[in-house]
Each structure stands twice: as C-alpha cells, then as structure tokens.
Design a protein around this ligand. Structure first.
Ligand SMILES: [Fe+2]
Length: 204
C-alpha cells in the first residue's frame, strides 16, 4: 500500500472528502491494513492549532477501539516546537494531554503533520512525529531569526510516500515533484553479466 501525504492540504485523504477544505470533523480511514486517523487541529480563521477536550476524547476513543492495529495519525500542526520562530508562534495547544494519550498506544507508527512546509522529524511520545515538505513554497530554514524576519523560499516542492507491508512495517519516502536529469543506470549493460551479478547479490 502506498499513501500520499501532502502538507498544504488541511484535509488529507485517501478518502472521499474534498481537498483544500478546512474541516473540524475528525475521521478514520479503515480501508487499508494500516489505519489512518485524521485529527483536525485547525482553529477556523486562526493560524495556531488546538486540541480541545472533545477532539482528544475522540482520539482516545478511536485508539481504544483498535489498540493493536498499526496506525498513522495525521494532523495539520506538529506536536513539537521546530526552532523556526515564526511557525512555533502558531503552534499547537493541548499538547500535554495528547502526549499522555499517544504514549499509551504503541500502535501509532507515525504522527504526520504539515504546517511548517519543511521536512522535520522528532521522536515524540514514543512514536515518530514529522512534518512534510510543501508542494509549493518552503519555509526558510532559519533557526536564529525571530518571527518578524522570517522568510520563505522556492526550494524544490516535495511530498511524502508511506510504504506499508507486514514484513517491513512502515517505510517513509520523501520525493521531489520537479523533473530532474536522470534516471541513469548504476551499471552499464554488458550482455547480461551485470544482471547475473545483481541476482547473485540478492541471493542470501
Ligand atoms: Fe498551517
């Protein structure tokens, strides 16, 4: 199974919902071997995120129903400060309670987020929380300036793909969207000799 997670959308599917809609209705996707929990952190009309009692209760209820099923939880705002002053100023409230819940459920393989427009990872509450790069502009990697000096750049747009299998669990790839030179083969064709070598290498 391959899933795409694009950071700039406030509603992230696979599912039936319309892209680009700001929603406060959380939902789950149950159609795949790995379960997806879409937890909305947005506060309509504001830049910061919020997890109030109602949203946290819903999350806990969902997790308690299938505590052993591999799960990715998606939300717009990351649950950790990034060091980028501007974005941290529009962070997430309700973190303590979220951390308490997430720590209890080892089934959460990732917490995938957007908002920051940069690829950032942090081990948090016993899982890997991350933000993905944006398919449009990126927030500049500036860890020294204050919010008023913040900038954005047109670094390459990218997205993230998650590959799931029972054997490998969850493997996450970041892929650039633009076209670049290549692909070029690592080995030159030479009447099939390299093919034999590759087969030998693959044999345990
Ligand atoms: Fe945002």
């Amino acid at each position: 199974m391959l899933l795409a997670h694009i950071s700039d959308l406030h509603v992230m599917v696979p599912g039936e919902l319309a892209y680009g809609v700001v929603s406060t209705t959380p939902y789950t996707v149950e159609d795949y071997p790995i379960r997806l929990i879409m937890l909305d952190t947005n506060v309509p009309g504001k830049g910061h995120g919020e997890l109030d009692t109602e949203r946290l209760s819903w999350l806990e209820q969902q997790l308690s129903q299938q505590p052993d099923r591999p799960t990715i939880s998606f939300m717009h705002h990351p649950p950790f400060p990034t060091g980028i002053d501007l974005m941290d100023g529009y962070g997430l409230t309700g973190l303590k309670d979220l951390e308490r819940i997430v720590k209890r459920y080892r089934c959460i393989r990732r917490i995938g987020c957007g908002h920051i427009h940069r690829p950032i990872q942090k081990l948090w509450a016993g899982t890997l929380a991350y933000t993905v790069p944006s398919p449009v502009h990126q927030v500049s990697l500036d860890l020294t300036s204050d919010a008023e000096a913040a900038t954005f750049t047109m670094e390459p747009p990218a997205y993230q793909l998650h590959l799931w299998s029972e054997e490998s669990d969850l493997v996450s790839h970041t892929q650039y969207i633009d076209q670049y030179d290549g692909p070029y083969p690592f080995l030159k064709p030479d009447n099939g000799k390299n093919e034999v070598k590759l087969k030998e290498r693959a044999t345990p």
